[in-house]
Design a protein around this ligand. Structure first.
Ligand code: CS2
Length: 468
């Protein structure tokens, strides 16, 4: 039976693709198993091994189903310790599907775009082929290289929130192949040319596991050190025409095969992820620890809802038959799920990478029509304020991660004020992508809003914008 290898064995995979794969096995009577690869989470790997790959998905909130035992992951590897075994799993003829959830960071994009960052130290080291690879891109390419020996078909399925994720994955692998010695580079390209890299849209809110998750699972009589909490909602749209090899029949478990994946990806990034980021940054600036608390504030909700409905929705082609009003209402119901305890700092982390996927193309749509999207400017200003100013977030956070924080802080130190900082960060340094570098009317507005956020408590600006 053909197998799946998954790179990025985090909570999202365990509550999403693994669940679909198990359900597809049950419906079709097949037995496709997953080799789960964590890049560096040693504790998770040890715990999952001790449980022979088995774990629990705990749905929380209204309409939650009973805890689900997932037993489809039957091999667990840690890339940091076992790179050779990971490459062997990727290269195995029996492996016909490789899925990935490595987050925006895992693609080693150059800041602000979809090109491989040729200065990334991990990428440069891996491309010498002098030692086993350490990066997701390096591991995948090494797997493809080894597959040149047999040429069995394989598909590489990105399941990250990146626009045109399949095409983006193919592009970084092609650019990586160009860094390799000529013979190896050519072999990787040959295997990649024959491989499928379908675009996908993935959706399920999966917060961090907490003690409350463990307690709830234990109360249900299940012993599990690494359960995963998740909302009841789940969606997966795949471009069926992008596959070349046998794969689990995920559609029998509710995944949607569609020729309109691109439209679904835009719906997800702009109508769900962007307002989610907005609640995260406005929430962080007004002392909210959880997304549900931010969404329950009528002013924050009004602003996020206007960003979604008035500013994002007009910029995208909706999939045929798509009910935008119902989607919009459902998005806020999902954000309001208090039991999820989804942290504003979790959604607010890695903002430079996430916002690049979620915001600039929509801004470009507006400025091309002569308008400046006010709420999107507020979102970017709020991200800048959170990133640049140590005094902006007053609630305790445990890990609000931002790869360009030092960069933004040194730009802030050198800037003559908020307007200058907005231009230095968004135009000169292109920290949110090239689309914004020429949208100076938008960047001016970001500067003005940032000035306001620095001068007054954030709640005052939020209140006046929400009520105007
Ligand atoms: C969130 C997403 O952390 C974030 O940036 O917007 O992880 C979101 O919860 C998922 O994409 C929902 O499918």
């Amino acid at each position: 039976m053909s197998r799946v290898v998954h790179l990025g064995l985090g909570s999202f995979h365990r509550a999403h693709q693994a669940v679909y794969t198990q359900a597809a096995n049950r419906v079709t009577g097949s037995d496709r198993r997953i080799t789960g690869v964590s890049l560096r989470n040693r504790e998770l790997v040890a715990a999952l091994r001790a449980q022979r790959g088995r774990y629990t998905v705990l749905e929380v909130g209204p309409d939650a189903a009973a805890p689900l035992t997932v037993e489809v992951v039957d091999e667990v590897l840690l890339a940091a310790d076992q790179p050779v075994a990971v490459v062997a799993a990727l290269a195995d003829e029996a492996t016909t599907t490789v899925t990935l959830t490595v987050t925006e960071k895992g693609y080693a994009f150059r800041p602000g775009g979809h090109d491989l960052d040729l200065t990334d130290p991990g990428i440069r080291r891996d491309a010498t082929l002098e030692a086993p690879p350490t990066t997701a891109v390096g591991l995948l390419a090494a797997g493809l290289l080894a597959r040149a020996d047999h040429g069995a078909p394989v598909d590489l399925v990105s399941c990250d929130n990146v626009g045109h994720n399949g095409a983006a994955l193919r592009a970084v692998l092609e650019q990586y192949a160009a860094l390799l010695p000529p013979r190896e580079g050519a072999a990787v390209r040959t295997v990649l040319d024959a491989a499928g890299t379908p675009d996908t849209m993935v959706d399920r809110i999966v917060p961090r596991t907490t003690e409350a998750t463990r307690r709830a699972v234990a109360a249900a009589g299940i012993s599990d050190a690494v359960p995963v909490p998740a909302e009841p909602f789940s969606m997966w749209v795949l471009d069926a025409s992008g596959f070349t090899a046998p794969r689990p029949a995920w559609e029998s478990a509710g995944a949607v095969l569609s020729g309109e994946v691109g439209a679904y990806e835009l719906v997800k990034l702009r109508l769900l992820n962007a307002p989610n980021s907005m609640l995260a940054y406005l929430g962080l600036l007004t002392g909210r620890t959880e997304i549900a608390d931010a969404a329950a504030d009528p002013d924050l909700r009004a602003l996020a809802d206007r960003a979604l409905g008035d500013e994002m929705e007009p910029t995208i082609p909706l999939p045929a038959g798509f009910d935008a009003a119902a989607y919009r209402a459902q998005v806020f119901r999902r954000f309001l799920n208090h039991d999820l305890r989804h942290l504003t700092e979790q959604v607010g982390s890695d903002g430079s990478l996430k916002l690049t996927q979620r915001v600039p193309a929509a801004v470009a749509w507006h400025t091309a029509r002569g308008s400046v999207p006010e709420h999107l400017a507020l979102l970017v200003a709020a991200w800048l304020r959170v990133t640049a100013d140590a005094d902006a977030v007053t609630i305790p956070t445990i890990g609000l991660h931002e790869p360009v924080r030092d960069r933004v802080r040194s730009l802030a130190a050198a800037a003559r004020g908020p307007h200058d900082l907005a231009h230095a960060a968004l135009v000169d340094a292109a920290l949110l992508g090239h689309d914004l570098t020429t949208r100076t009317s938008f960047v001016d507005r970001v500067g003005e809003l940032l000035a306001d956020l620095r001068r007054h408590p954030a709640a005052a600006l939020i209140r006046s914008m929400a009520r105007s």
